[in-house]
Design a protein around this ligand. Structure first.
Ligand SMILES: Cc1ncc(COP(=O)(O)O)c(C=O)c1O
Length: 400
């Protein structure tokens, strides 16, 4: 992959040529094509969708629905209306959890893991509080991985929901989902897959996976903030209790009652993030045009180089050497991650430090905070050299 060519698609590099951006797991850089789509909508239409019939409004509605179709193709859903635009992965999970607040009962179990982002923990804790259901955690192995074996053993006839990350945002491990989803279905449970980290890295096929729900955010796939996706099987989404009410999501309304519209409108109350949703299409098309195999191969090579380079430094403790994608989580022994960040920031090296909204895995790692480097298609070996240079300065200052 030609990083110089790839970077031409990301205008931030024109403004900040010295930026070493290694925080794509938090938010990826934004594509020029995405910014253009947003500008185009505001400059040429600005109209609301699904409501007025004038030309601009009609065109924007078409563009919005086209984007739904492109996302449907990206994740291999069966129908366009199985793709719901939301605010992001967090809102998508909350929408599903909200529904199950009126479905689960005492004695039911929800299965999650210690690797989850808070977005896939807190809503389920809430469901348990409201229904009396129990929140169960699959046991991680000695490398803090979720194994198929442990998952299969954790699913039983009380399991009603299995909600798992497809790829951990801290450890970069891919969760083995295929057989787990089969087993969950055998006991009558539904499976939600948190694909927030997966969507920019691995091909997602919701039909082959046979998951019931899948969620992700636009901003981690080179798209805008403020928009995300809830995928759900048509049969399930058509019965999902809407999280919000109002706007065009109704069919009939009288003084005391309303009936709900068909999918996808029934789950998209109010004016949606129109520009952002439209701009998700070029992001998905960009990923497809490069191809997941090429993306993976490039990231893997930079990932290997990162691990090799980090190992030349003393006092570095890496927690996930066998990550499946380009995420390296580590610490400098005896130095708080936030202190390291100030050195990196001085050198224009952007990484994430802290608990990465995943406190439970940090408790397992026995670390209050870690440094996370996350690699994407625009990163080069020179980025890693910059990182190492800044880390050396931090080590010299704090330790030697
Ligand atoms: C695995 C995972 N799930 C969910 C989320 C939440 O995404 P958002 O904040 O875009 O809703 C994130 C964000 O970092 C994540 O990494």
């Amino acid at each position: 992959m030609n990083v110089i060519e790839i970077r031409k698609h990301f205008p931030i590099y024109e403004h900040q040529p010295h930026l070493t951006y290694l925080d794509s797991a938090a938010s990826a850089l934004k594509l020029n094509e995405v910014l253009e789509a947003i500008k185009h909508y505001y400059e040429t239409s600005s109209a609301n969708i699904m409501r007025s019939g004038f030309k601009n409004a009609y065109q924007s509605t078409l563009d919005y629905e086209h984007s739904r179709h492109v996302i449907k193709q990206l994740i291999h859903a069966t129908y366009d209306e199985e793709v719901i635009f939301t605010k992001g992965a967090t809102q998508s999970i909350n929408m599903v959890a909200h529904h199950y607040e009126s479905v689960l009962q005492k004695g039911d179990e929800i299965l999650i893991s210690h690797l989850e982002h808070h977005a896939n923990i807190l809503p389920w804790q809430n469901v348990c509080k409201k229904t009396g259901a129990s929140l169960k955690y699959v046991a991680l192995d000695q490398h803090f991985k979720i194994t198929e074996d442990a998952l299969l053993k954790s699913i039983n006839e009380r399991t009603k929901i299995v909600a798992l990350t497809y790829i951990s945002n801290v450890m970069g491990y891919i969760t083995p989902l295929q057989k787990v989803i089969q087993k969950a279905h055998e006991v009558g449970a539904v499976v939600l897959v948190d694909a927030a980290q997966a969507v920019a890295h691995i091909e997602i096929n919701v039909q082959t996976l046979d998951c019931d729900y899948l969620v992700f955010s636009g901003h981690k796939m080179f798209g805008p903030t403020g928009v995300g996706i809830l995928y759900g099987k048509q049969t399930l989404l058509s019965h999902l209790t809407p999280f919000e009410l109002g706007g065009q999501m109704m069919d009939e309304v009288d003084e005391q009652h309303y009936t709900l519209a068909k999918l996808p409108a029934r789950l998209e109350a109010g004016t949606p993030p129109i520009a952002e949703a439209i701009a998700l299409a070029p992001a998905a098309m960009f990923i497809k045009s490069i191809g997941y195999n090429n993306i993976h191969a490039h990231i893997k090579s930079i990932h290997t180089y990162t691990l090799q380079s980090l190992k030349t430094l003393k006092d570095i403790e890496i927690y996930n050497e066998t990550a499946d994608i380009g995420i390296v989580t580590f610490n400098i022994r005896g130095v708080h991650a936030h202190d390291v960040q100030s050195f990196l920031s001085e050198e224009d090296v952007a990484v994430r430090t802290g608990h990465h909204c995943a406190k439970l895995i940090h408790q397992q790692l026995k670390q209050a905070a870690t440094i996370r480097v996350s690699i994407s298609i625009y990163n080069s070996k020179e980025d890693i050299d910059q990182l190492i240079k800044a880390l050396k300065q931090a080590i010299t200052f704090f330790i030697h």
